[in-house]
Design a protein around this ligand. Structure first.
Ligand code: B12
Length: 225
């Protein structure tokens, strides 16, 4: 099989098997990606994560319910375990050093997207302090101060919990305006980011690290002016 044909076939297998919560088959396809020397980052984004987008659509159409979602997430994580150690920093296109505090805000247990963003930062060379999900808002402030991190990255997947981000931005900026705050998650937009007074936003994992690096240099430029 031609390499491109094999790539397409394996991406489809990863995506389909996340959707069908076939954990063993996801593992099998992920191992094949590694054996064939294909790009692990591509397999995560265009295979596993693409499958999870379809899962979201099935949930929205009431074809899938909570138990299915959780089984799909298990299948996605099983694939991530195999592919994550194989990502190369150059696949992400940037390499950086710094510290990030990350978490999903209070009241919100959605952490699949947050975990993917965390992985991107780790691969790009950042030290990541992961607070997990349903994180009390003050905890972000405390952890930033404890670690003296350059970036605080907040995730929210619900319109209700998204409002908590504004509070975190206010609390952190009040203490230290030089910390770069980045927002993300399905309901978050560029407009929301600006309205909440945060510094950066990324629609997906694909450009989160690049955006974070731009955000830090923007802030540093402002400080030297
Ligand atoms: C999986 C899922 C769940 C799982 C979560 C499992 C887990 N461990 O995460 C479970 C079953 C637990 C769940 C529960 C609920 N859910 Co739910 N869930 C979803 C679903 C189907 C998919 C989310 C997902 O994982 N997507 C895949 C990942 C890869 O994508 P992502 O999260 O968007 O992340 C990407 C980007 O957003 C971005 N990103 C994310 N975070 C960050 C952070 C930063 C800093 C940056 C830069 C980028 C970034 O990068 C990521 C990677 O590309 C969505 C539907 C949807 N279409 O999104 C509903 C959805 C989010 N859920 C919803 C709801 C309502 C609920 C429940 C209240 C349902 C209920 N009645 O019980 C509970 C909430 C519990 C709670 N208190 O949080 C609603 C929210 C509606 C709203 N707008 O407020 C949605 C939109 C479904 C819907 N249409 O109604 N859910």
């Amino acid at each position: 099989m031609e390499k491109e044909e094999l790539r397409q076939e394996l991406l489809k297998q990863l995506s389909d098997n996340v959707v069908n919560f076939e954990e063993d088959k996801v593992v099998e396809a992920a191992k094949k990606v590694v054996e064939e020397g294909l790009n692990a980052y591509d397999a995560i984004m265009n295979g596993l994560a693409a499958g999870m987008v379809i899962v979201g659509e099935l949930y929205d159409k009431h074809e899938y319910f909570v138990p299915e979602l959780l089984m799909c997430a298990d299948a996605l994580y099983a694939g991530l375990d195999i592919l994550k150690p194989r990502i190369k920093p150059e696949d992400i296109g940037e390499s950086a050093k710094g510290q990030v505090v990350i978490g999903t805000v209070q009241g919100d247990v959605h952490d699949i997207g947050k975990n993917i963003i965390k992985m991107m930062f780790e691969v790009a060379g950042f030290t990541v302090h992961d607070l997990g999900r349903d994180v009390p808002l003050e905890k972000f402030v405390e952890e930033q101060m404890r670690t003296d991190s350059d970036i605080v990255a907040l995730s929210a997947m619900m319109t209700t919990t998204m409002m908590g981000m504004k509070k975190v931005v206010e609390m952190i900026k009040e203490r230290n305006p030089n910390v770069a705050i980045m927002l993300g998650g399905a309901p978050v937009t560029k407009d929301v980011t600006e309205l909440f007074g945060a510094d950066g936003y990324a629609k997906s994992a694909g450009n989160a690290v690049q955006e974070a690096i731009k955000m830090i240099s923007r802030l540093r430029e402002m400080q030297t002016k």
